[in-house]
Ligand binder design. Structure first.
Ligand SMILES: [Fe+2]
Length: 291
């Protein structure tokens, strides 16, 4: 067996001031479904097999509480914990996890003290067909990091992530065939930038974006196509100020992928980050909420 590694992105965990209202938005507007709930927490799923892709926890204003990552089994969880601890990372000992999806895992703190729960043996749902306008799963999380290169290196060296691309302001790292599960961007405060959910197709992304528009949530950036990852995007701001993205057609990569460097990703600024050249730049509202 090789070095233990993280093998997937499971979910993001948001603190929200009013659980009922936030849940209603993510069900009715965003297209997720409640998988489980307890006193102050709701677990929302897409149409994929993951038990949940988003956790909402009542407690207060916008705050990313955790990013949840997958390892293949308990041996891998223990191996990752020992390796991270041995190399000086701040970690909490593995334990059986409570909650409706069970599992076994430990908490890893990044260079800025953000929490990542790395787990195995989480309950899964039976496979069901994709819907024409609903997310399948979480796709990626983008986090602001004052020292993004040090932060990506920590994940590469300790948790088995691989660098897919580095642009002038963003590092894209992967832990599966998806081009990126996490991206770190250079913004001074170590906060959440946005969370993306995968739509099963470009068509489904358009249906979702249309539903959002019709229910009072206009697209804040997009529809467009990113350079790194080649994914189609449409960004929105939720009622609590979280920036969320529908994405589709995320590039699938393997070890033969040639890592791109900033010079490979220079693009004319008038494209506004959209390879198609169709989207206007991100709205001021969205920019304010990504910090
Ligand atoms: Fe994104």
């Amino acid at each position: 067996m090789g070095d233990p590694k993280v093998t997937g992105l499971r979910s993001a965990e948001f603190q929200v001031p009013e659980l009922k209202l936030a849940t209603k938005f993510y069900e009715e507007n965003w297209g997720l479904e409640v998988a489980a709930a307890d006193r102050d927490t709701v677990y929302l799923r897409g149409t994929g097999t993951a038990h949940h892709s988003l956790i909402l926890r009542e407690g207060g204003e916008k705050k990313l509480l955790a990013v949840n990552l997958a390892a293949d089994n308990k041996t891998a969880v223990d191996g990752l914990y020992e390796k991270a601890r041995g190399l000086g990372a701040s970690v909490e000992a593995p334990e059986e996890l409570g909650g409706p999806a069970g599992g076994y895992g430990f908490v890893f703190h990044d260079l800025h003290g953000r929490d990542y729960r790395i787990s195995s043996d989480i309950t899964e749902h039976a496979k069901k067909p994709a819907a024409k306008d609903r997310p399948v799963k979480i796709s990626h999380v983008v986090l602001n990091s004052p020292d993004r290169e040090a932060q990506s290196s920590q994940f590469i060296d300790l948790l088995g992530f691989k660098l897919s691309d580095r642009t002038g302001y963003m590092d894209f790292i992967r832990c599966s065939s998806d081009h990126h599960a996490i991206a770190y961007t250079t913004i001074d405060s170590p906060t959440l930038n946005h969370v993306a959910f995968e739509m099963p197709s470009h068509n489904a992304l358009m249906y979702g974006a249309g539903r959002m528009k019709q229910t009072g949530y206009p697209t804040e950036w997009g529809v467009g196509r990113h350079g790194p990852g080649n994914n189609i995007f449409a960004y929105f701001v939720d009622p609590n100020g979280y920036v969320i993205e529908y994405t589709a057609e995320v590039q699938q990569v393997d070890d033969s992928y040639k890592v791109g460097m900033p010079e490979d990703w220079e693009r004319p600024p008038e494209l506004q980050g959209d390879d198609w050249g169709f989207a206007d730049g991100a709205s001021d509202r969205m920019r304010a909420h990504t910090k």
